[in-house]
Ligand binder design. Structure first.
Ligand code: BTN
Length: 265
């Protein structure tokens, strides 16, 4: 990807601003600094390589040049969106999922916001906010999508199996032209814009729920430092919390936060 191709591909999208960095520490860090400096809504930061990419919790996010999509979008939440800011990370996952589905893949979302192909993680989302008192002033949505096998970190650095688009190309597809990074990026941003309008509606929750991985299966769920719980993954509550069932069939919900989820095998 180069800046000129990127600007041309995104020229029909009303971005608030656009910065392409061939190499940077973390696009989320650049976007957070730009947001603090007044970047308008729907400003985009894209990097060809990240040397200090960040994942959720204390995890890093490996981005070698030319192997992945790594970008961050800045949002200035509208008054109606301020009530649902925790849903922005799901917005990123749903947008990626819908784009991959149109390309013939069979993506699923590991609640709350990891995108899986063949039950392996292909995309991670990191949403971070800047607060002004009680109110979210701006929100940065960072998305990393593995495209080539070189995007994957060594297996000993993974806490969940990982994959990339090239390893999962749906058979018998010959043409991988539209897997071109800049086209995927353009489609993902358009999908983000489409689903953002629906963020406060039940349509959004239902669409997210439709893509949920491990539905009807036993999963283990835990928060760092706390005991895990096992339950059957049932679906989503109206506010996006995950609903599970105890072995006795009693429902319980899990709030967003530093939550880990894995299937019970
Ligand atoms: C995760 O699954 O742990 C979230 C990974 C998020 C990675 C993306 S890559 C672009 C943006 N910049 C970062 O430093 N992180 C996010």
């Amino acid at each position: 990807m180069d800046e000129q191709t990127l600007r041309k591909a995104l020229s029909n999208i009303p971005l608030g601003g656009l910065r392409y960095l061939e190499k940077t520490g973390s696009t989320n860090d650049v976007a957070l600094a730009w947001a603090a400096d007044g970047a308008p809504d729907l400003t985009l930061v894209v990097a060809g390589e990240q040397t200090a990419g960040r994942g959720r919790g204390s995890h890093g996010w490996f981005t070698a040049p030319g192997t992945s999509l790594a970008f961050s979008l800045i949002f200035r939440p509208l008054p109606a969106e301020e009530q649902v800011t925790p849903l922005f990370s799901a917005l990123g996952a749903l947008a990626v999922c819908e784009v991959l589905a149109v390309q013939g893949f069979h993506p699923e979302i590991k609640w709350p916001n990891d995108v899986l192909l063949s039950r392996k993680k292909v995309c991670g989302v990191l949403a971070e906010s800047i607060w002004a008192g009680e109110k979210v002033d701006s929100l940065v949505l960072g998305i990393g999508l593995n495209i080539t096998p070189e995007a994957l970190p060594p297996p000993d650095q993974l806490d969940f199996p990982a994959t990339c688009l090239e390893a999962e190309v749906p058979f018998p597809r010959q043409d991988t032209g539209s897997l071109e990074q800049v086209i995927l990026l353009q489609q993902i941003i358009q999908a983000v814009r489409y689903w953002r309008v629906l963020l406060t509606s039940s349509v959004f929750i239902h669409s997210w729920e439709r893509h949920l991985a491990f539905r009807g299966e036993q999963v283990e769920i835990w928060t760092t430092g706390q005991a895990s719980r096992i339950g059957q993954l049932d679906g989503l509550e109206q506010d996006g919390r995950l609903r599970l069932l105890t072995p006795q069939g009693r429902p319980f919900s899990v709030q967003f936060g530093e939550v880990h989820l894995r299937p019970v095998v």
